[in-house]
Design a protein around this ligand. Structure first.
Ligand code: NAD
Length: 277
């Protein structure tokens, strides 16, 4: 496919653009993932808490695409953190997905109040050693959480998946990741399709290139080096979000994007998010 890969710190290649399925009910997810794979996506991002691993797995099985051409990510939910509960939760995720390995397994949130992410990650290291995940990483970790993980465990996370879009550019996290060989993956890359796609700067850049605002934003991510996983259940948008390799933003466009950063979080601050603790 035309989607470039990012080589993770353990040598595994991950498509830089994939398909996210948060907030998509299981039966709809099956349809959406089928459409995405048919359209050309080869990376799918789900999570146990999305309750659509089953539908995602069914679409993968029915796709006819060889398993080793797909990159499947899932995540451990907060309530399952801890060594033994993690091993059990991982088995359950694989079972729902109908797979014998995932490409990437992530700790969904650090959950500071639980204080269990290092024990959890040690279970992840076993899963990795067993070959049941080709890479392991984290999500929503601030640099302070990563520092502790790096100090107390052995395997440097391959990825940190964080909220990241032009209005929340996460410079500090991106610099920390770059220093430690951790790939940055952007969740809600389109700002959840809310205000961001109507921002005049974004609309103007899109118009200049004869593209849509969503395509301009995805181009910004790709040229910034982020891995992206835009979500849609609408076939025309699923297609549109993949069709971002035929144009390039110039230095003026990139500077205009840089100026949009306002530290605007759409989701919770990971330092304070303890759901499922
Ligand atoms: P997103 O930024 O991908 O926006 C998706 C929404 O934008 C869609 O529901 C739709 O309303 C709109 N949209 C999509 N394509 C469009 C287009 N071409 N034109 C106009 N509008 C369009 O938001 P998201 O779903 O929050 O994030 C993407 C993925 O990131 C999720 O599906 C999930 O896989 C992952 N995620 C992870 C976490 C985490 O804690 N790790 C949190 C949120 C999301």
């Amino acid at each position: 496919s035309q989607v470039p890969s990012i080589t993770l710190n353990n040598g595994l290649d991950m498509p830089q653009l994939g398909f996210g399925v948060w907030q998509v009910p299981d039966d709809e997810a099956e349809k959406a993932v089928a459409t995405a794979i048919e359209t050309g996506y080869r990376s799918i991002d789900t999570a146990a808490v999305y309750e659509n691993e089953t539908g995602t797995g069914k679409a993968i099985a029915a796709s006819g695409v060889a398993r080793d051409e797909l990159f499947v990510t899932t995540k451990l939910w907060n309530s399952e953190q801890g060594h033994d509960s993690t091993l059990r939760a991982f088995d359950a995720s694989l079972d729902r997905l109908g797979l014998d390995y995932v490409d990437l397994y992530l700790i969904h949130w650090p959950v500071p109040a639980k204080d269990a992410y290092t024990d959890t990650y040690k279970a992840f290291e076993k899963i990795l050693a067993d070959g049941r995940a080709k890479a392991i990483g984290v999500s929503n970790f601030h640099p302070e959480h990563l520092k502790r993980l790096l100090a107390e465990t052995s395997v440097v996370p391959a990825v940190n998946q964080i909220e990241l879009h032009p209005q929340l550019q996460q410079a500090e996290s991106r610099a920390f990741h770059a220093d430690h060989g951790i790939a940055t993956e952007a969740w809600s890359p389109l700002g959840q399709g809310k205000g961001l796609l109507e921002v005049p700067t974004v609309v103007a850049i899109a118009r200049k290139h004869g593209r849509t605002p969503a395509q301009a934003v995805l181009r910004w991510h790709l040229q910034t080096g982020n891995i992206v996983i835009p979500k849609s259940v609408t076939p025309s948008r699923i297609k549109e979000n993949l069709d971002v390799f035929g144009f390039e933003l110039d230095a003026d466009d990139l500077a205009a994007f840089t100026a949009l950063d306002e530290g605007k979080r759409l989701g919770p601050d990971p330092a304070e998010f303890n759901a499922g603790a």
